[in-house]
Ligand binder design. Structure first.
Ligand code: KG4
Ligand code: ZN
Length: 358
């Protein structure tokens, strides 16, 4: 486990990280050793799947209430499992956005209260920055690298050039890839969240049965578009009428094949754009829940080896939302002296690459 050659050395720190931006109530304690290596002491996640399942998606009001009810216990458990007391922490880090504002308020306000009472610095972490830096918790990698962030809310390619220095390379002009998986699942009456279920069904299906569009493929700028694909699935499903298991499997496989083609093409274009720049990436790093998809992971393996760029993937449990990534981003910031005041505001929108360096 550890950070890269360009990280700051010499400071050992213990950080509590709090994540409440969507439907996971999560807290973790991460130790950053003097040599820059990271070590997860505890990582507690309460996923609100059951609370939202009947609605086929995350309901912001239900999520915010659940965070209020669960967060104290989740933090207590994370501290107990780490064998740590608040007085031993070096800072409290919380995701201050972007995300569902009710949840962000719960997490950030709780972090402020702990920071105030325990007299510790507060670090207001950008949730996307935390995804971007997670790889440095588990692998030795220095800057710059190209991040493919693929989650339920985001589909972006970002050049990660330093802590606090991110450059937007491309992204979706409509739906996020995870959102397209979730909407496809909903149209096929599959349970929420759709990604893992669509992937499971796709394994039994014929990816060539339906010819679906692959928007944006071949375009010179590495953007994504998923809404046409989603509409095409709806039309095919309506034409079929009866959604037998075989039909569902073939639709899922055809959908996933289109997604894979889009992702591979867009990543190839982005790597090509950066290859001869001063920011030639040392690796392609994947983050976000969709990064857990095995078919996408193996397609990315092929495109990166063709391009001669290593592929680095955090373990699947650190691809989805968690507190350890917030704590680690907190450590990366604290070691560089970046702390925040107690009047920091929660933010529902907070794009990376535009003002995250502020
Ligand atoms: O990063 P994440 O846990 O939460 C945020 O959206 O921030 O990502 C969740 C998204 C959901 O849309 C889910 O359907 C998708 O990631 N996902 C997957 C897989 N596992 C989770 N999509 C495709 N294949 C998977 N195996
Ligand atoms: Zn996320």
């Amino acid at each position: 486990m550890g950070a890269g050659p360009d990280s700051c050395y010499g400071l050992s720190m213990l950080i509590l990280g709090i994540e409440t931006t969507c439907d996971e109530t999560a807290a973790a304690v991460v130790h950053r050793r003097e040599d820059g290596e990271g070590e997860i002491r505890s990582n507690v996640i309460h996923s609100q799947l059951l609370e939202h399942r009947d609605y086929g998606g995350v309901v912001p009001e239900i999520a915010a209430r659940a965070h209020v009810e669960l967060l104290d216990t989740v933090i207590r458990r994370a501290m107990d499992r780490a064998g740590a007391r608040f007085s031993q922490l070096d800072a409290i880090a919380a995701a201050a956005g972007p995300g569902l504002i009710g949840g962000v308020i719960v997490g950030l306000t709780t972090a402020k209260a702990i920071a105030l009472v325990a007299r510790k610095p507060l670090i207001a972490v950008n949730h996307l920055e935390a995804h971007a830096l997670t790889i440095r918790l588990t692998h030795r990698i220095g800057f710059p690298y190209l991040l493919l962030l693929v989650s339920g809310g985001h589909t972006q390619l970002i050049s990660v050039e330093d802590v606090g220095r991110y450059r937007y390379i491309g992204g979706t002009v409509d739906d996020a890839i995870g959102e397209a998986y979730d909407k496809t699942a909903k149209m096929l009456s599959l349970p929420y969240p759709g990604g893992p279920e669509v992937e499971r069904r796709a394994a039994f299906g014929d990816p060539r049965r339906f010819s679906l569009p692959r928007p944006m493929i071949g375009r010179p700028e590495p953007n994504f578009s998923l809404s046409g694909l989603k509409t095409a699935i709806r039309i095919e499903a309506e034409k079929l009428g009866a959604l037998t298991d075989d039909n569902i499997a073939d639709l899922c496989a055809s959908f996933q094949a289109a997604v894979v083609d889009i992702v591979v093409d867009r990543v190839r274009v982005a790597l090509g754009l950066l290859r001869n720049s001063a920011w030639k990436p040392r690796a392609l790093v994947v983050a976000g829940g969709v990064g857990a998809n095995r078919t996408i992971r193996s397609a990315l393996q092929t495109v990166t080896s063709d391009a001669g760029t290593p592929l680095m993937l955090p373990p699947p449990e650190l691809c989805t939302d968690n507190g350890a990534m917030i704590a680690w981003a907190g450590a990366e910031r604290l070691v560089r002296g970046m702390v925040d005041s107690l009047d920091t505001s929660p933010r529902s929108r907070w794009p990376l690459g535009q003002d995250a360096a502020a």
